[in-house]
Design a protein around this ligand. Structure first.
Ligand code: NAG
Ligand code: NAG
Ligand code: NAG
Ligand code: NAG
Ligand code: NAG
Ligand code: NAG
Ligand code: NAG
Length: 924
């Protein structure tokens, strides 16, 4: 099939609309004058406010001829003020300086989202026409004054999120027009007045997150128009009054986190509009009303952590509207095989910690939206059904009596990140397909009857944090591939039949904190690579056949005796062990000459290690790489190309996620369901297409061999003559630059996450400079080219301008790089080397901790000194002011990063550290 000529790419068309955007003032005023009293009252009040309030109210000047045009003010046809809306103006001050009697015609007063403090002044009651009062999201304290109930026309009242204390006024029932009360997130005490039942127009009652106590008054049943009732997070006690069943329009019922007991009233069966029911964390008993989904609108039913008994009602079986069902931690019983239907919208279900029996129904596999299925700690039997039809992220079937093998089809659940099948009766071997679960973080298969080898393919679970295979019958060796799961923090292989020696590769698990290899048949000595496991804190290697010295590692040195017992012959200076015969490792006491000898020996050893290490790396990188993907993709170029054209609707701008000088980037979901980022290169008209393609291709061949977890994976290349495409791993997140400038992300991007980003980038650069042969220089490190995933893991991307650095130097034709990140020497030499990347890294590291490009700070620093570290610059002056100050540990590390960054910015390339040195310094 011939490829049709594509429409010219136009990713920027949306921007053009933005440019011709015209701001239209929406402040319609029907009259230009307000009364003199109103204008005066406002001006007096303004002058009482904090200074920060002056600029938002700068239009509040002059006389009453202009008042109706003041910001936030609007007037009625008779020239008096009827609405004041100052939402989110950043105003600070009190309310009692505002003379409320001046506004007899005011209908709405909206002061939400400011910093008002002090009490609610009793004179507020002078606003005799007021219908809407919104003081939410301020810092107002004191109690609600009794005079308040004189606002006889009030319909909407919102005090949400303040510091209001005291009781709800007994006379609140006098505000008979009230349709909405929101006093949530305050400090109200006392009980809910029974008189509230007289507010017959009430539609919303929200009192959640206060300190209300006492019972829920049964008069609440008189609120026959009520749709939303939120009383959660208080200390309410007693039963849920059956009168709730009279609230026939009720959609939302929130009673979570109280001290309610008794049963869930059967009368809820009558409420056909119910949508969300939250009853968790109370002391409720009895069974769940059988017809709770009678209206067919129920979406969320949450009643976990109560004492509910009986079975899951049949009405829930046909409740196809359900999205979340949480009944965990009750005493529910019954046969689960029959009780559940197919829920097309169900996302989350948790029935753990009950007494359910029967089988895991085949129907679960047909719930196409299902992301979490948690059935642990029940009495389920039978096998795992087919679940490929779901979107599962979490599957927890632990602590049941399930049998059979672990189905290899689980490997198709590509979103799965938490799989727990522990404490069942599964048998057979672990299918290697589990290794296809690349998003897996927690894998727990402990305490089953699993046998065979531990599959080496588990290294495909590259994000694994915890792997627990303990208490099974696994045999064979520990696969050395486990050593490449760099994210691993906990590894438990205890109580199996594992043999042979511990692979040295496990020593590469730099993030491992807990290691349990006890109760196996492991032989030989503990690899010396374990010396470098800096995160390790808990170890247990007892009950094996191990011998020889303990590694020189704090976790081993400080472990209790029990961690080593019942081995063949371990030695070292840990408690309970004999000292090793020779002083090669672990020995302490010695005279000076042995120290010198040790130093010399270890020097030589180190040298040998380095040489061997370097040779290994060279061998390794020259080994045929795993090029399957690359080959497949490049051979099938046409096919993949068509697939991409289809997935991007022929490069439609709606799939475009970024445009740069040399390329546009699209997000494409291929037919294999893989999501890739497609980079479409802009080809210049006058370049020699063929030659350019050849050059690109050979370069890409080598780049595709880079495999590092902090480097964006290049999957392949389509050598299309008009627009060559590069296919990359798609990272859901954004560029470092975007995240640092987006206020929505900044507060979540705390110090520890930022330190990790710096570390990740350093590791990636160290890898391409020092572990690749030939070394690769990136040439364009900037915050634009560093992508962050949703967990703030960093990926260096865009080697578009990188060229392989040939050992004998190479000619550089064009200058690459981003302004503001380029090393100064690039201005007069065209031979960039690794040290340019080091410089750019310094800029990025500062940018990460400052929250913005360091700009002038660099030139100031460069003129200050050319060799030293950051003299005269205080850490607190450079830290991102949008975050809270760091704690001690983070502060210490930030100082390290700042000093390193300044070292990287030294004018003379020779005096900058190497990326290897930098990444070593960042090993915290
Ligand atoms: C207010 O407006 C009236 C009529 O437009 C005018 O006569 C009067 O001078 C104005 N007052 C001031 C103080 O500008
Ligand atoms: C107050 O104003 C804000 C912003 O215009 C609006 O979102 C909010 O709903 C208003 N409050 C009430 C009670 O109408
Ligand atoms: C709110 O008021 C309390 C005292 O009433 C004070 O401690 C607190 O700092 C205030 N918060 C803000 C954001 O102004
Ligand atoms: C309000 O509720 C109480 C208690 O349920 C009841 O005795 C009373 O008759 C109700 N009042 C009205 C007006 O319905
Ligand atoms: C549960 O129900 C299924 C289907 O009706 C039935 O086959 C099974 O025997 C029941 N299990 C128990 C333990 O009663
Ligand atoms: C465990 O598996 C072995 C071999 O498959 C079998 O002989 C044994 O009975 C199983 N034990 C349990 C408790 O299921
Ligand atoms: C003019 C007027 O109505 N003033 C009232 C304002 O509110 C206070 C407190 O409720 C009353 O005491 C005033 O009489």
């Amino acid at each position: 099939m011939a490829i049709q000529k594509q429409k010219p790419l136009n990713c920027t068309s949306d921007l053009q609309f933005l440019l011709i955007f015209i701001v239209v003032s929406s402040l319609a005023t029907s009259s230009s004058a307000a009364t003199e009293a109103e204008a005066e009252a406002l001006l007096i009040w303004k002058s009482s406010l904090d200074n920060i309030s002056m600029s938002p109210l700068s239009s509040w000047i002059g006389n009453n001829n202009t008042t109706c045009n003041w910001v936030g003010i609007s007037c009625n046809n008779f020239g008096t003020i009827n609405h004041i809306n100052l939402t989110g103006f950043g105003l600070k001050g009190t309310l009692h300086t505002l003379s409320f009697p001046a506004f007899p015609n005011l209908l709405s007063l909206n002061f939400s989202h400011n910093a008002f403090f002090g009490i609610i002044p009793p004179s507020l009651s002078n606003l005799s026409s007021l219908e809407i009062l919104d003081l939410s999201h301020n810092n107002i304290s004191g109690s609600i004054p009794n005079e308040f109930v004189m606002l006889g026309n009030l319909s909407i009242l919102s005090f949400q999120q303040n510091q209001i204390s005291g009781q709800i006024p007994q006379d609140i029932y006098k505000l008979s027009y009230l349709s909405e009360i929101d006093i949530s997130l305050n400090n109200l005490t006392g009980s809910i007045p029974a008189s509230i039942g007289n507010l017959s127009n009430l539609i919303v009652l929200d009192l959640h997150l206060n300190a209300l106590s006492g019972p829920i008054p049964s008069s609440i049943g008189n609120l026959t128009r009520l749709k939303e009732l939120y009383l959660m997070d208080n200390q309410l006690s007693g039963v849920i009054p059956s009168e709730v069943g009279k609230l026939k329009f009720l959609t939302d019922l929130g009673l979570v986190n109280n001290k309610l007991n008794g049963t869930i009233p059967l009368e809820l069966n009558n409420l056909v509009y119910l949508k969300n029911i939250f009853l968790s964390n109370n002391g409720l008993s009895g069974s769940i009303p059988g017809d709770i989904c009678s209206g067919g609108l129920l979406e969320i039913f949450s009643a976990h952590t109560n004492h509910l008994t009986g079975s899951i009602p049949r009405s829930l079986r046909n409740c196809t509207s359900l999205t979340r069902l949480r009944l965990e931690r009750n005493q529910l019983s019954g046969n689960l095989s029959e009780e559940l239907g197919i829920y097309p919208k169900l996302i989350y279900i948790d029935l753990s910690y009950n007494r359910l029996y029967g089988e895991v129904s085949e129907n679960w596999g047909k719930c196409q939206s299902l992301q979490s299925l948690k059935l642990s700690n029940n009495r389920l039997s039978g096998r795992i059904p087919q679940l490929e039809g779901t979107e599962l992220h979490v599957l927890d079937l632990s602590s049941n009596s399930l049998v059979g093998t672990i189905p290899k089809e689980l490997g198709k659940l590509s979103s799965l990140f938490n799989l727990s099948l522990a404490e069942n009766k599964f048998s057979g071997s672990v299918p290697s397909e589990i290794g296809m679960l690349a998003n897996m973080q927690y894998l727990n298969l402990a305490a089953n009857n699993l046998t065979g080898f531990i599959p080496e393919q588990l290294d495909g679970c590259g994000k694994l944090l915890s792997l627990n295979l303990s208490r099974n019958g696994f045999s064979g060796s520990i696969p050395l591939e486990l050593g490449s799961i760099q994210s691993l923090q906990a590894l438990d292989l205890s109580h199996n039949l594992l043999m042979n020696s511990i692979p040295a590769q496990l020593g590469g698990l730099q993030k491992l904190e807990a290691l349990n290899l006890s109760h196996n048949e492991l032989l030989g000595s503990i690899p010396s690579s374990f010396d470098n496991m800096l995160s390790l804190t808990v170890v247990d290697i007892s009950y094996n056949q191990l011998e020889g010295p303990l590694p020189n590692n704090k976790a081993f040195q400080e472990a209790p005796v029990g961690a080593f017992t019942k081995n063949r012959g371990l030695c070292g200076n840990a408690t309970g062990l004999i000292a090793c015969p020779s002083a090669t490792r672990g020995g302490k006491k010695s005279n000076k000459s042995t120290i010198v000898i040790i130093a010399v020996i270890s020097g030589i050893l180190f040298f040998v290690f380095v040489v061997v290490g370097v040779l290994c790396l060279i061998c390794h990188t020259q080994e045929p790489q795993n090029e399957n993907q690359f080959k497949v993709w490049s051979l099938d170029g046409l096919l993949v190309y068509e697939d991409i054209v289809e997935a991007t609707d022929a490069f439609n701008s709606k799939h475009c996620v970024g445009v740069g000088g040399t390329a546009s980037v699209y997000k494409a979901q291929l037919q294999t369901d893989r999501i890739v980022a497609v980079k479409k290169l802009h080809m210049l008209q006058d370049t020699d297409g063929e030659a350019m393609l050849k050059a690109l291709e050979s370069e890409i061949h080598i780049l595709s061999g880079i495999r590092h977890r902090n480097i964006l994976k290049l999957y392949g290349f389509c050598a299309h003559p008009q627009h060559p495409l590069l296919l990359y791993e798609f990272i859901e997140g954004g560029s470092l630059e975007n995240i640092l400038t987006d206020e929505n992300y900044v507060s979540n991007f705390g110090w520890m996450k930022r330190l990790n980003v710096v570390k990740d980038v350093a590791n990636a650069l160290s890898y391409i400079h020092h572990d690749c042969s030939p070394p690769i220089v990136h040439r364009d490190i900037s915050s634009k080219n560093i992508l962050l995933d949703l967990e703030y893991g960093a990926y260096v991307s865009d080697f578009g301008t990188a060229r392989l650095l040939k050992p004998n130097g190479s000619s550089w034709t064009t200058f690459a790089g981003t302004f503001g990140y380029c090393a100064p020497e690039l201005a007069y030499t065209m031979e960039p080397n690794e040290k340019c990347d080091v410089y750019s890294f310094g800029v990025v590291a500062l940018e990460v901790i400052m929250g913005k490009h360091p700009g002038d700070l660099i030139s100031n620093f460069l003129s200050l000194s050319s060799t030293s570290t950051a003299q005269g610059i205080h850490l607190k002056d450079v830290l991102d002011p949008r975050l809270l100050p760091p704690n001690n540990q983070a502060a210490e590390r930030l100082i390290t990063v700042a000093n390193l960054a300044f070292a990287c910015l030294r004018t003379s390339p020779q005096s900058r550290p190497t990326m290897h040195q930098v990444s070593q310094e960042l090993l915290f």
